[in-house]
Design a protein around this ligand. Sequence first.
Ligand code: ZN
Length: 133
Amino acid sequence: MLDKIDHIGIAVKNLESAIQFYRDVFGLECKKIEEVPGQKVNTAMFPLGDIKIELLEATSPDSPIAKFISKRGEGIHHIAYKVSNIEKSLSNLKNNNIELIHEEPQKGTGDQRIAFLHPKSTFGVLSELCEGK
Ligand code: ZN
């Protein structure tokens, strides 16, 4: 069902200072900064080998990222897996009684369609499926 790891999402309080660190200290190139209004986040993407590091900053106090940081602090937020057919993957998961945060694909960064699975069903790891570039 999963093609590869697409990216690792990291929740940060301040996107600008996190970008500076990944760019100036780790020496990565920031490919794209994008707001995803549906998820109430600003994102910055850093390709690294075959995957990407996705920095996530809340754009509102009720953003899932704001809630995550207030509960658990900054850090690894989710792992995203590339799938070729997100509808098929979601229905496969539903058939396996996996709890989904999104039953239907949502708009992600770029042209990606995404859906999150509930960490309760995935051994504590918030997992994202993404389809497309
Ligand atoms: Zn993500």
